[in-house]
Ligand binder design. Structure first.
Ligand code: GLN
Length: 473
């Protein structure tokens, strides 16, 4: 029914009476119930809320009212973003019984804009992972090839859109968790500039890196969703919501290709596809130049200090006392408060989360703070400055989104170091805070994502260039 439609098409057809919002919701619910057991993208369903919202949209249409930007558009949300009255697990056993008591700012905005929320989507536990396999709810499969991973940590958000269960989803991106799964599932995924979208109501992973953004089937839809969720929020003091508008003239722009991104380790298929896309761009008259970003190669190492450090502090709040998982309260182990903590955190967190808490605690400990955390912060500034310099010279930077094709389930699950390499090309944008989008660029075979990185708060231009690329390729 909606598989090949855009947000605009759906709204046009709703207005023309081709189908009602309720019919659309019922169609998708039936599809999810039938097909999702094989994919495992949903962890909680909010069908009552969806039907309630759809009814309101149908009433607005019947009354001839003007429709808000997302009226009647079905979506689903990564399960680390709070929706009032609905479970929020962050993919973790420790939060299995937690029910959110308020809406995240992005959810409040989606509701105001008339979007229809079908449920919560699977993710790597606390958004740590690149394959979706580190979820307490089991792995999600890639709808393009069920033997492969959909990417992570926004595994469910990418799989649900690729499977046609919803028109768009919201994910979170701390080191690539929107862009990498979007690239693995042949979709568009945006990581907004740090401070463009409110983080209020997002379960924090690393607060200085986290951003919420859309995963969609095309660039136009991503722009519409981004416009609906961005903006200053008094509830998140880091969110200033700047929105610089500007024109993009393909004959006048300059695109930089950092040579450091085409070195060893990149899959030949990915390299070939990206290079073919770059050739197409050149043929279309775009000025493409080679640039050098020498500090970018330290971004992943820097990320691997900063992320665990911040995560270890953020996750210290989960003691399973005020809220959490009822099962972890039982037993005769509660001899002391410390025992309660120890048991709940040992049983409640999976191995990857425990690994990062330990790494982060180590990096922040008195004897090692200067050598690791402080040094990583200094490198972060160098990387940030390097991007600022580059954007004086070029308008956008393009790179592959991920060095590899979507890999097979189980292939990297027990090999954290190889798993971390998935983030090689996506972490620089988080470390610097700039915006970046992944768009699909493979004509056949497995999906490959092209990453376009833009300057701070240049999302408007980023969508314009991404749209041009979408048409050229
Ligand atoms: N793959 C990254 C990691 O495991 C992604 C984190 C994220 O963006 N949430 O850290």
């Amino acid at each position: 029914m909606i598989t090949n439609l855009t947000i605009k098409d759906i709204q046009d057809q709703l207005k023309q009476g081709k189908f009602t919002a309720i019919q659309l919701v019922d169609f998708l619910i039936a599809k999810i119930e039938k097909e999702d057991p094989a994919i495992n993208s949903f962890v909680y369903k909010s069908y009552d809320l969806a039907r309630e919202q759809a009814k309101k949209v149908d009433e607005m249409i019947a009354a001839g009212k003007e429709l808000p930007a997302l009226a009647g558009i079905p979506c689903a949300i990564k399960d680390n973003i709070l929706i009032d009255g609905i479970n929020c697990s962050a993919g973790s056993n420790i939060l299995k019984d937690y029910i959110a008591s308020y809406d995240a700012t992005v959810i409040q905005k989606l509701k105001e804009q008339g979007a229809i929320i079908l449920g919560k989507l699977n993710l790597d536990e606390f958004a740590m992972g690149s394959s979706g396999e580190y979820s307490a709810f089991g792995p999600t499969k890639n709808p393009k090839d069920l033997e492969r991973v959909p990417g992570g940590s926004s595994s469910g958000p990418a799989a649900a859109v690729a499977a046609g269960f919803c028109q768009f989803s919201l994910g979170s991106d701390t080191g690539g968790s929107i862009r990498q799964p979007a690239s693995f599932c042949g979709l568009v995924g945006l990581k907004p500039t740090y401070g463009a979208v409110s983080r209020y109501g997002l379960i924090s992973l690393a607060s200085s890196l986290d951003q919420i953004g859309p995963i969609t089937k095309n660039v136009d839809d991503a722009r519409i969703v981004y416009q609906a969720i961005m903006g200053k929020d008094p509830k998140d003091s880091t969110c200033i919501g700047e929105d610089n508008k500007g024109e993009v003239d393909i004959k006048k722009i300059k695109i930089g290709i950092p040579k450091e991104y085409f070195v060893s380790g990149i899959d030949p298929e990915v390299e070939k596809t990206i290079k073919a896309t770059i050739d197409k761009l050149k043929e279309s008259g775009v000025d493409v130049v080679e640039i050098s970003l020498p500090y970018n190669k330290y971004a992943l190492a820097c990320y691997q200090i900063l992320l665990p450090a911040e995560a270890s502090a953020n996750l210290a709040r989960y003691d399973n006392i005020r809220y959490g998982n009822k099962e972890l309260h039982s037993g005769d182990f509660r001899e002391s408060l410390e025992e309660i903590y120890r048991y709940a955190r040992q049983q409640g967190f999976g191995p990857e989360v425990r690994r990062r808490i330990m790494l982060g605690t180590y990096a922040l400990s008195a004897g090692y703070y200067d050598a690791y955390y402080l040094r990583a912060q200094k490198v972060r500034t160098l990387i940030q400055n390097e991007f600022r310099q580059a954007f004086k010279y070029v308008d956008f930077i393009i790179t592959p989104t991920c060095p590899t094709l979507p890999f097979k389930l189980g292939e990297r699950k027990d090999d954290p170091v190889t798993m971390y390499l998935s983030d090689l090309f996506t972490t620089p944008a988080n470390i610097a805070g700039v915006c970046a989008i992944s768009i699909p660029c493979a004509k056949e075979g497995l999906p490959v994502g092209l990453q376009i990185i833009g300057n701070f708060f240049q999302e408007d231009k980023l969508f314009k260039i991404a749209k041009i690329f979408e048409e050229i390729k």
